[in-house]
Design a protein around this ligand. Structure first.
Ligand code: PEP
Ligand code: MG
Length: 594
């Protein structure tokens, strides 16, 4: 018999998001749709099916009641009442009786019948005139998903159990999907939407999982089990790669390994230019576990500990003790080097379930996010501040507030910090009374009031991911406008220079902790502007250090002068790329300046 025709190679082009090459089997992750099986059941099985439904309802009721108590304790009774509406859906006898009736008539399994009935209810409510009743459709959808998860014996669609090593293909990934990801089974990630600075992608980079985003319709074109090769340098997803392609990539992978070991030779060496100008290289982490990588790659400390990772992994608000343990672990692992712990930055693209219930926003990045949420929930904020302060007794801790937009917020946050200190003193709990406090500068209004903010804190950290999106009015997670998100825009470079100059005028140091801080193309520019530290995902540290050790400060200053004269970001990028290629030589990375 003739061999089946070989499948044709198909190359999908996206945006490179995390470097590396991976080859394996595709797992198409459709987190938005639950796969509910349909099968016939015998009449004798029907009582057991009804039992299954009641069991799932009881589990869902307990889950929502627990969430309700948590939301009431932390956010207050009005917010918790939103969950009462969800509990009421579960008490709706009509929904339950109709499901049982459907099963008796159709002889299909109960999960399938429940989904069909819930869908009919949702559609009916969606069509209602009354806005209040229309909103109930969302409640029914949410609750029925929970019930179905229990019926199907799944906690939630998750990347934690893939059953083998897979290349994950998804429409988009949320930070909570990525937080649950098992590094050993996820070979690589490819998404239809997303951008380099979405938090899920930032996490993929720090887990060193190769990723390509913005593929548009990969989930439609691929099937589970397809043979795929992902190239995170060029932003390609190759379906059914031919022998020739695999052979070529075999060489690329070998070459990348050789380059990595040549670059990683700088790990124990100083972070200084050829003429001795120094800059601190720090790590961004979102889990105390990542301190291992930070140390491995030679970080001089943690420049950004994104604490919301802890909240997202728990999918709730962890209590003071749980937070204290996590922060202490990070601080002890890095001692005597400093750990900059950023207070909670939930909102935007980072959510936990109980927050999702309370805030549905049209423009979440401009909404109830980060310090805005914390200042309106002082109990939650002080609880976190106490946990951070207690960790400061175990090493060098610095506290940093996200999304400060002006002086009043900084003053208010500092007041709550003083209250938290008072509470610890009253309980005889140890902390460092001189713990340093810093402000992130990531909103244009903070950049323009940097002189005022500098009088009330002892360091700045520039969050370029947000600063760029707010300066250029380009949503950082919207792939439709990703081409407009431009770190080389003159407004961005002028803002960064202004912040650094102002901070130094007031004798406080500045770190850069957005993705730009870890992009080697921008390293000479930021160093010449006077940045004191660069903070980045741990795996990015050796490349940046290698480059720093291969140029002189005066060369970087000349580059900066030329760049600041440019009006077109494309010309700036060309200048930066040339400088990078000249100084990295044969070790230049394929995805930098591509
Ligand atoms: C930033 O905005 O650059 C930053 C570091 O914070 P995040 O990416 O967590 O918003
Ligand atoms: Mg930010």
């Amino acid at each position: 018999m003739a061999d089946p025709a070989p499948k044709l190679e198909l190359v999908l082009k996206g945006v490179p998001a995390s470097p590396g090459v991976a080859h394996g089997t595709a797992f198409v992750f459709l987190q938005k749709e639950l796969e509910v099986p349909v099968y016939q059941i015998e009449k004798s099985q029907q009582p057991a099916e009804v039992q299954r439904l009641h069991h799932a309802l009881t589990q869902t009721r307990a889950q929502i009641a627990k969430l309700r108590a948590e939301v009431a304790g932390r956010l207050g009774e009005p917010e918790a009442q939103i969950l009462d509406a969800h509990l009421m859906v579960l008490e709706d006898n009509a929904l339950i009786e109709e499901t049982i009736h459907e099963m008796e008539n159709s002889s299909y399994n109960i999960d399938y019948c429940f989904q069909a009935v819930a869908q009919r209810y949702t559609d009916a409510f969606n069509k209602m005139e009354d806005e209040y009743l229309r909103e109930r459709a969302a409640d029914i959808r949410d609750v029925s998903r929970r019930v179905l998860h229990h019926l199907l014996g799944q906690a939630t669609a998750s990347l934690a159990r893939l059953g083998g090593q897979r290349v994950v293909i998804a429409q988009d990934l949320s930070p909570s999907d990525t937080a649950g990801l098992d590094r050993h089974s996820v070979l690589a990630i490819a998404t239809d939407t997303g951008s380099r600075t979405s938090h899920a992608v930032i996490m993929a980079r720090s887990l060193q999982v190769p990723a390509v985003v913005g593929l548009h319709n990969a989930t439609e074109r691929l099937e589970n089990g397809d043979d795929v090769l992902l190239d995170g340098y060029e932003g390609l997803l190759i379906v059914n790669p031919t022998e020739k392609t695999l052979f070529r990539y075999g060489h690329i992978e070998k070459r990348q390994r050789d380059i990595r070991s040549a670059i990683e030779a700088v790990i124990p060496l100083a972070s200084e230019t050829r003429d001795g100008a120094r800059i601190g290289l720090m790590a961004n982490i979102s889990d105390p576990e990542e301190t291992k990588e930070a140390k491995h790659f030679g970080a001089a400390g943690v420049g950004l500990y994104r604490t919301e990772g802890l909240f997202i992994r728990h999918d709730r608000f962890p209590n003071e003790e749980e937070q204290y343990e996590a922060y202490k672990n990070a601080v002890e692992a890095l001692r005597p080097n400093p750990v900059v712990i950023r207070t909670l930055d939930l909102g935007g693209d980072k959510h936990i379930t109980s927050l999702q219930f309370t805030h549905k926003e049209d423009n979440p990045f401009m909404g109830f996010r980060a310090i805005r949420f914390c200042l309106e929930h002082p109990n939650i904020f002080r609880e976190q501040l106490r946990a951070i302060l207690r960790a400061s007794a175990h090493g060098t801790v610095k506290i940093m507030y996200p999304m400060i937009s002006g002086l009043q917020e900084l003053i208010q946050a500092n007041l709550l910090l003083e209250q938290a200190k008072g509470e610890l003193r009253a309980n005889n709990q140890a902390f460092d009374p001189n713990v340093a406090v810093g402000s992130m500068i990531e909103i244009p209004s903070a950049a323009w009031t940097a002189d005022q903010l500098a009088l009330h804190c002892s360091f700045f950290s520039i969050g370029t991911n947000d600063l760029i999106q707010y300066l250029l009015a380009v949503d950082r997670v919207n792939d439709r406008v990703a081409h407009l998100y431009d770190p080389a825009h003159p407004a961005v470079l002028r803002a960064i220079q202004h912040i650094i100059t102002t901070a130094h005028h007031h004798k406080i140091p500045v770190s850069i902790c957005g993705e730009m801080g870890g992009d080697p193309m921008f390293t000479p520019l930021l160093l010449a502007m006077g940045a004191d530290d660069l903070s980045m995902s741990p795996a990015g540290l050796p490349d940046v250090k290698y480059l720093i050790r291969n140029f002189r400060l005066d060369e970087a200053q000349a580059l900066l002068a030329k760049v600041m004269e440019q009006t077109d970001p494309k010309n700036t990028l060309a200048l930066l790329r040339r400088f990078y290629l000249e100084h990295m030589g044969d070790l230049a990375r394929a995805d930098v300046g591509a």
